[in-house]
Design a protein around this ligand. Structure first.
Ligand code: GLU
Length: 476
């Protein structure tokens, strides 16, 4: 959390927004219309647990309805509050605009520490919360489509979807009321790891342009880059794992609730994750130095820092000591507006949250489309594609034999080439394309305008421009 002398999370988002709109020429009043949060619903409900009624407080904030449904996760954490959900809802608006997911922005939260309840109790609480939201159309396939966030996952989404379906027995599109569901409840392949995958694709795109690398004083490729990850939850874990296993990154530091692990030769991300699961924390993990003062490891020398947990972890207190030349915000709002100023002046390059963690909502969009179309991606074309590929292979082999050249296609090539795309391949392809195009739109502004010094401002300019366009198109 940011120190007390810093603006709140929502104010911080507004400050960043203001920095960008100062460079735009928006119609009078439109700036404020876009910035403000349209509505925030607070609900207090009781659930009978362990022989007594417990009261819970939940929120669903709708930031912008320039496109509907509105979209955004539901967070379970004891610290959830109105300011936070409003900041997160605003970020959802900009995120969806930037990656061209056709949604407005929303976010929800429940003040609860899920670790204090067993599964059955969590189901009762979640179903009751979903009931409260659904009866006000704050869960609805065409109005408001929640998804997982911190403290929630497939299990909670399945309960919510089922609760909505029970309340709307004739809604043929009921499954599209939330995303991030398990596959057997209408989910889509690749959603769980989507945000982490998106972080990987974002970094790959960054390293494709020497001008971008030069801004951070980096050269080469992702291979061999030293990475520190703060938070080994769903997003941090997948991002770190993919970067280590597929791009040759060396994960030198992992910061968690109970301290940090550091090993300059690299940590085995999957092994740390398994250790965490069975021991409840990272302390005691062999093959690495453990320090209880985890935050200090964010200040270690590295090439890429990935804050992947809470907002405000890089703030005025520690920003000046951050050595990483490149920060990618896998979490929402990990850098406060004040810290952003300090880092910008130091020349640190920040790949901003609204872009960096947009992989989740992008694949949520695919899931929502899948639910509305009632068919799995790839079901119609996969075997047809395979048949086409086989035709080419057979023809090549025939030509080679007939002409006496005697070429042999390797069995590995044949197998890879023949395979038609299934749902997972299509999701990855759609996500990769989305992350590349969105990055390129920021990059064009970053390098193309003298008055834009950083990627965050570029991201806001692109996103706000798109939201403004859709308001204009509505005649507002
Ligand atoms: N909670 C995620 C986010 O902050 C995903 C939202 C969604 O899939 O709708 O982007």
């Amino acid at each position: 959390m940011s120190p007390r002398n810093e603006p709140t999370f929502r104010e911080s988002v507004d400050l960043m927004f203001n920095r960008a709109v100062a460079l735009m020429d928006l119609a009078p009043g439109l700036e404020e219309k876009i910035r403000v949060c349209n509505a925030t619903y607070t609900v207090r409900f009781g659930v009978r647990l362990r022989g007594q009624i417990q009261t819970f407080v939940g929120y669903r904030s709708v930031h912008s309805e320039h496109m509907e449904p509105v979209k955004g996760g539901i967070r379970y954490a004891p610290s959830v509050n109105q300011d936070e959900v409003e900041a997160l809802a605003a970020l959802m608006t900009y995120k969806c605009a930037l990656v061209e997911a056709p949604f407005g922005g929303s976010k929800g939260g429940l003040c609860i520490d899920p670790r204090n309840y067993d599964e059955h109790e969590l189901e009762q609480i979640t179903r009751r919360f979903a009931y409260e939201l659904a009866k006000r159309d704050l869960i609805n396939p065409s109005q408001n489509v929640p998804a997982p966030d911190m403290g929630t996952g497939e299990r909670e989404m399945a309960w919510m979807a089922d609760q909505y379906a029970r309340m709307n027995t004739t809604d043929i599109n009921a499954r599209a009321c939330v995303t991030g569901k398990p596959l057997n409840a209408g989910g889509i392949s690749g959603r769980v790891e989507a945000t982490g995958r998106g972080v990987q694709y974002a970094l790959r795109e960054f390293f494709r342009d020497p001008r971008d690398m030069a801004k951070a004083g980096l050269t080469g490729s992702l291979d061999g880059k030293r990475v520190i990850v703060q938070g080994l939850g769903n997003v941090g874990y997948h991002a770190a794992k993919f970067l280590a296993e597929e791009d040759g990154c060396i994960i030198t530091g992992i910061i968690e609730r109970d301290g940090a692990l550091f090993n300059p030769d690299g940590l085995d991300v999957a092994a740390v994750h398994n250790w965490m699961r069975s021991h409840g924390g990272i302390a005691g993990f062999p093959d690495a130095a453990h320090t209880a003062e985890g935050g200090a490891v964010m200040e270690e020398d590295c090439d890429i820092l990935i804050p992947a947990a809470l907002e405000g972890v890089i703030n005025l207190e520690n920003a000046a000591r951050i050595k990483a030349p490149l920060i990618i915000e896998a979490a929402n709002g990990p850098v406060t507006a004040g810290a952003d100023d300090v880092l910008r002046q130091k020349g640190t390059v920040i790949i901003p949250d609204m872009y960096a963690n947009a992989g989740g909502v992008t694949v949520s969009y695919f899931e929502w489309v899948k639910n509305l179309s009632h068919i799995r991606f790839g079901r119609m074309q996969r075997r047809q594609e395979e048949a086409q590929h086989k035709l080419i292979i057979d023809e090549l082999e025939r030509l080679s034999a007939d002409s006496g050249v005697g070429w042999q296609l390797s069995p590995d090539f044949k197998q890879k080439y023949m395979r038609g795309a299934g749902e997972l391949e299509l999701v990855r392809s759609g996500l990769d394309d989305t992350m590349r195009i969105a990055y390129q739109s920021m990059r064009d502004v970053w390098h193309g305008r003298d008055d834009v010094e950083d990627l965050r401002t570029a991201a806001y300019l692109v996103a706000i421009g798109k939201v403004a366009d859709s308001y204009r198109a509505k005649g507002l």
